[in-house]
Design a protein around this ligand. Structure first.
Ligand code: NAD
Length: 499
């Protein structure tokens, strides 16, 4: 367990982490892995061990899929009226709310993110997602008439069955909500393989699901590594639907496995978001907002603004303002209430980010703000990185590839056309923003940027009911958070009677 600020850690969290090996949750029961394997999860703010977790393999994944299959058939979850499921999901949301402080601490300890952000955003978002989809499902008619010649016809929608998910480490609990919310509200059962770096809140969530009265086998969580447990889950012939959030490289493998099994797949992948800043903005406010965006979750955010396209006439002022905002940030352990930016999730991620900064410089980027390793005196072994601001050509590695750390890459532009061309030369298509007080221009640019999401005078905006999806390398399959996401978890069937 982490040695940092032990006195601050809630007894509930100490109890959860200190209970020895954290088992996996299959068929409503807690147990070790079939092969007796375990793996460590660490506090990235100190490098200390937080807990040992049961490591799932082929046998465990198979057991979980079977349990979810049986629960789909026999537990009543799939066939109960959506209003009844809503009651259970609302109870679960209430439990998330009442355990919010513990969930926020566990997420902060496991991911490294400031506990303030986990408590203010990640945890409440899960409860909101559960309520949003529970309500939507209860109000969505499952039969819809089809107007057709000489027949009575309608679409009937039923849940698919076992929905499998493999998720990343940057927003483990919030993304669990985005995955489970619509899948469960629609009447499916679920099996999750959380990221190996951050399995804790997914396991804690299973306790709450059990308490809320979710029937055994409806929710299953098998922690483990990607190449073993993740690959076994994606390739399992017993799943009817696959959801993946993570890198495009792994996304391709997941899509290939889903293709082999011919099951529908949803992929939410990486990004290289741009912010286009015109010279009619409030420069200080815009620079401040973009510094907040690129340092949110230490820059480990798929959709965040990492390429800053700034109109030439305000370039110098913008850089000064951004530098000022960066240097005002407090970097520290996630549980420190004064922390604005925590450590990166792991040593591997820290080395990856530092490697990108070095390569970007080698390729000729100008350093506007020196980044690099950082040391927080109370916790010298944490994986801390200072934010970095570079400027240079669009073909620099730091302008092209997803770094997933607090690194901003500035590129000046002269005309609207130039800016749009720079945005669209990225192979990613997740999210971009445009900043201008000319709203007509802002809308025009927003519509011209090829991506699933364009934000105006803001970045990283999420609301339940507004679809969030990627195109190009950033994903396929309909995305998340929208009303249609519920339908993605309901299999349509045409029922026809010739007249
Ligand atoms: P990753 O692709 O390395 O891992 C994601 C998950 O896949 C983990 O659970 C991992 O264990 C598993 N995995 C790894 N190899 C696997 C394999 N061969 N078969 C099956 N599963 C495997 O990604 P990451 O480093 O955990 O997360 C960062 C990436 O996630 C970034 O690219 C980021 O942009 C993306 N992301 C996208 C969104 C979105 O909504 N579009 C949200 C968050 C993160």
């Amino acid at each position: 367990m982490s040695t940092f600020a032990m006195s601050e850690i809630l007894p509930e969290v100490v109890g959860f982490l200190g209970s020895g090996l954290l088992p996996m949750f299959i068929g409503g029961e807690w147990g070790p892995s079939a092969e007796g394997r375990r793996f460590p999860t660490r506090d990235p703010g100190t490098g200390d061990l937080l807990a040992e977790v049961a490591e799932g393999g082929l046998i465990d994944v198979d057991r979980a899929v079977r349990a979810a299959s049986i629960a789909f058939r026999d537990s009543g979850w799939a066939v109960m009226p959506a209003s009844e499921r809503r009651g259970i999901l609302y109870r679960l949301a209430e439990l998330v709310d009442s355990h919010a402080a513990a969930l926020a601490q566990i997420e902060s300890l496991d991911v490294g993110k400031p506990v303030r952000q986990a408590a203010g955003f990640d945890v409440p978002n899960v409860a909101q997602t559960l309520r949003y989809y529970a309500d939507l499902a209860a109000n969505t008619p499952l039969r819809q008439p089809i107007a057709a010649d000489r027949c009575e016809a309608y679409t009937s929608r039923t849940p698919y069955g076992v929905c499998a998910f493999v998720l990343p480490w940057n927003f483990p609990l919030m993304l669990l909500g985005w995955a489970f919310g619509p899948a469960l509200a629609a009447g499916n059962t679920v099996v999750l393989k959380p990221a190996e770096d951050t399995p804790l809140t997914s396991l804690y969530f299973c306790h709450l699901a059990h308490q809320a009265g979710v029937p055994p086998g409806v929710v299953n969580v098998v922690p483990g590594y990607g190449e073993t447990a993740g690959a076994a889950l994606a390739a399992h012939p017993g799943i009817q639907h696959m959801g993946f959030t993570g890198s495009p490289e792994v996304g391709r493998k997941i899509a290939a496995a889903s293709g082999a099994n011919l099951v529908p797949v949803k992929l939410e992948l990486g990004g290289k978001g741009a912010a286009v800043v015109f010279d009619d903005v409030d420069v200080a406010a815009t620079a401040g907002a973009l510094v907040s965006a690129v340092t949110l979750n230490a820059g480990q955010v798929c959709c965040t603004a990492t390429r800053w396209l700034v109109q030439e006439s305000i370039l110098d002022e913008f850089i000064d303002r951004a530098r000022h905002a960066f240097t005002g940030l407090s970097i520290g352990h996630g549980l420190d209430p004064h922390t604005d930016m925590g450590p990166l999730v792991s040593r591997r991620q820290m080395e990856r980010v530092l490697g990108y900064i070095a390569r970007g410089r080698e390729e000729g980027a100008r350093v506007l703000l020196e980044g690099g390793p950082d040391t927080v005196p109370e916790t010298p072994k944490g994986f801390y990185v200072k934010p970095c601001m570079l400027m240079g050509m669009p073909d620099n590695v730091c302008a092209r590839e997803e770094i997933f750390g607090p690194v901003a890459y500035v590129m000046p532009f002269r005309t609207e056309r130039q800016a749009i061309a720079l945005v669209n030369q990225s192979p990613y298509g997740l999210a971009n923003s445009v900043w201008s007080s000319d709203i007509d221009r802002a809308r025009r640019v927003a519509e011209s940027m090829i991506a699933g999401n364009s934000w105006i005078n803001a970045h990283n905006v999420f609301r339940h009911g507004i679809p969030y999806a990627g195109c190009k390398l950033s994903g396929l399959g309909g995305g998340v958070l929208g009303p249609d996401t519920l339908l993605d978890y309901l299999r349509p069937q045409s029922i026809v009677r010739p007249l």
